[in-house]
Design a binder for this molecule. Structure first.
Ligand SMILES: Nc1ncnc2c1ncn2[C@@H]1O[C@H](COP(=O)(O)OP(=O)(O)OP(=O)(O)O)[C@@H](O)[C@H]1O
Length: 649
């Protein structure tokens, strides 16, 4: 955000007045001109005045954050994921409350420092009444998704930014916050809006879970494979069978227009099933979706009902203990039709069932956790919990208590009741230690002891507790290298790798075509086709982020596609062939290099390789490693695609 020159401010102000005075507000969208009018008439803002948002005191901000504590908790993780998905260092993901106060922000340090100086930071008030037309403030006024592009901002100072914002509703259907992506780039608005909408829905679902811990969650969809996905309908039902809240998909699928209208009903007025019945059928089916018919139209749905989360830690039947982990995976089922993978799965299944640990390798997003879950599902422990721990994402100070648990009062700040660690939670189930290569050395010895003795001693306690679990670990690091560097214990490495399994990257999977088709149907929530060009592109794209990247691309594309056939235009620009290098008569993207006539696939491959080379500072060995191919193969590709081995100036 740079300070505009006086001339630029005058020009911007003149344009606003000029457009508003003109008949029909030609030149801007209605939502923008209406907002400008509100700014002038209702809030008496002067577009030529200097703009700087009010910044709350620490005390005021703390109060606001306390009021919105559960929303922030539900949003934090999703905001970080969204930031990573958008992958732009000049962008911020922001959560504001209903007063327009920025409560939480995820951004790269440089960007956040730079915009922070101009008042775009936590604690600042970005309501429309304060800062004029802007994504967050205008979204709060309209209660619907809004994009405000550069010169649509009311104050000239903010015209370097583009904001996309969506409202977040609470389980009662009231707006409680706005989620916003603000960036310098004018590209990607449509995609960011789609991803934003999906993120808002995830936050809303989490909020329902969190605010209704005493109620029974019921998940449903007309297609069983869509239960536990973002498309699922979700109801929460009180002990006496009354529906207390519903997410957007539930309202849509059941044909209700508001939470109020469904809340007056009992579950057995909406479905031909009582709460007790569906809970016991869900337990019997190990929480796989069971069929149930709607009361009015006899449409068939598939449902799973769970015990209230508040009872999860209390005395209850074994099958329900730790139900959180196995029964609400929020993780899609895996597809494994590639011959090499099915063999690996069968082999690993035999090994893990005999108590031998399995160690998975694979590029990021190649499906290590999904593979581990599939192993668990097929194992004799499938009735027990599946507990995943990401050793890289836990701060070093927390990992010990997270894994091993602690006794009541073990240290300052410990929960009064103490805490069962993840290892104990995995008792009679499967413990999945992801990114094991990042586990601090100090804890490796403790883990080794647990694996040897099958006993665990929580922090602050002297009484060891017996524990039994199947162990699957994973790492994208090369563990023998970590051992050689002295960062990983050799004895632990040998203990973990009873069987080592290398998962193939997506570009090498032989079931790619089928996988893409099935994933697209899952993400669209219906059966969808794709044009031949799209299919060829998706089949040939190198997918450095593997299945995770594929799923994100298909998720966004499916939302953008209104019809039944996915076209090139629905794909994000990053995977589309670069127009500039597609045709021989166009300008090559790197003018210094002569490019022979490339077909769209080759052009796309070339673009991806150039991107990777840039990312790896033109280090060919690193790019070869990232792609899982030999350097020679890479050199052959460079030659074929006209890539010269020096970065463009
Ligand atoms: N076999 C599969 N079938 C369908 N989808 C899959 C499969 N494997 C992975 N995915 C998709 O890719 C996403 C990432 O998978 P997963 O978390 O298992 O990868 P990972 O290798 O553990 O990633 P990381 O290295 O980042 O920990 C999943 O959420 C899922 O959407």
């Amino acid at each position: 955000m740079s300070t505009p020159t006086p001339n630029a401010v005058r020009g911007h102000v003149h344009r606003i007045h000029d457009i508003l005075e003109r008949e029909g507000d030609a030149g801007v969208r209605d939502l923008v001109s209406s907002s400008w009018r509100r700014c002038l008439r209702d809030y008496q803002l002067d577009p030529s005045a200097p703009a700087f948002p009010t910044i709350l005191t620490d005390h005021e901000l703390a109060e606001r954050r306390t009021c919105a504590e559960d929303i922030i908790e539900c949003a934090k993780h999703e905001m970080t994921t969204l930031f990573q998905q958008l992958g732009d260092p000049e962008l911020a993901v922001v959560l504001v409350d209903t007063g327009g106060v920025i409560l939480h922000m995820v951004a790269a340090p440089n960007f956040s420092e730079e915009v922070g100086r101009e008042g775009f930071r936590v604690g600042a008030v970005w309501s429309e009444g304060e800062i004029g037309t802007n994504g967050m403030g205008t979204c709060l006024v309209l209660g619907e998704p809004v994009v405000v592009r550069q010169h649509e901002h009311f104050f000239a100072k903010f015209t370097g930014l583009t904001c996309s914002a969506v409202p977040i509703f609470d389980p009662d259907g009231r707006i409680v916050a706005v989620l916003d992506v603000t960036s310098r780039s004018t590209l990607m608005q449509q995609h960011s809006l789609v991803l934003l909408g999906m993120t808002a829905q995830m936050i809303e679902n989490r909020l329902i879970d969190r605010r209704h811990r005493e109620d029974y969650p019921v998940h449903f969809h007309s297609r069983p494979e869509l239960v536990y996905t973002l498309h699922e309908g979700m109801l929460v039902v009180s002990e006496d069978g009354h529906i207390r809240a519903a997410n957007r998909s539930a309202l849509f699928q059941l044909g209700f227009d508001s939470v109020e209208s469904v809340r007056a009903k009992r579950l057995d007025e909406v479905f031909q099933v009582s709460l007790d019945d569906i809970v016991s059928r869900s337990v019997r089916s190990s929480f796989h979706p069971v069929p149930a018919f709607s009361a009015g139209s006899s449409s068939r749905f598939f449902m799973v009902a769970q015990e209230p989360a508040s009872r999860a830690s209390q005395e209850r039947p074994r099958a329900l203990i730790d139900a959180e982990a196995p029964s609400r995976p929020a993780v899609p089922a895996g597809h494994f039709s590639d011959a090499r993978l099915t063999t690996q799965l069968a082999l690993a299944g035999k090994v893990v069932a005999r108590g031998i640990p399995v160690l998975l390798h694979g590029e990021t997003g190649a499906g290590k956790e999904i593979f581990a879950r599939a192993l668990h599902q097929a194992s004799p422990c499938s009735d027990g919990p599946f507990v995943a721990v990401n050793c890289a994402s836990l701060p070093e100070g927390l990992i010990e208590s997270e894994l091993f648990g602690y006794r009541a009062g073990a240290f300052t700040g410990a929960q009064r009741s103490g805490r069962r660690g993840k290892i104990l939670q995995a008792d009679r189930g499967t413990l999945f230690l992801d990114e094991i290569g990042d586990m601090p050395l100090s804890l490796q010895a403790r883990l080794l002891r647990v694996l040897d003795e099958r006993m665990i001693t929580p922090l602050g306690s002297e009484d060891p507790v017996p524990v039994e679990f199947q162990l699957v670990s994973a790492s994208h690091r090369h563990l023998p290298e970590r051992v050689a560097e002295g960062l990983f214990r050799e004895d632990l490495y040998f203990r973990l790798c009873g069987l080592e399994v290398a998962l193939p990257p997506l570009r090498e999977r032989t079931d790619r075509r089928e996988l893409i088709g099935r994933m697209l149907d899952e993400e669209a929530g219906r059966s969808m086709a794709m044009s031949r060009a799209v299919e060829t592109l998706l089949m040939d794209y190198p997918w450095p982020g593997n299945l995770r990247q594929l799923r994100h691309v298909l998720r966004t594309a499916a939302v953008l596609c209104d019809g039944d056939c996915l076209e090139m235009a629905h794909l994000p620009p990053a995977v589309r062939p670069a127009q500039s290098v597609v045709l021989g008569d166009g300008e090559p993207s790197h003018p210094a290099e002569p490019v022979r006539e490339l077909n769209p696939i080759e052009a796309n491959e070339r673009q991806v390789l150039l991107q990777l080379l840039d990312e790896h500072h033109w280090n060919v060995s690193q790019v070869a490693k990232a792609l899982g191919v030999s350097r020679n193969t890479l050199y052959r590709k460079f030659h074929r695609l006209g890539i010269e081995l020096k970065p463009p100036q």
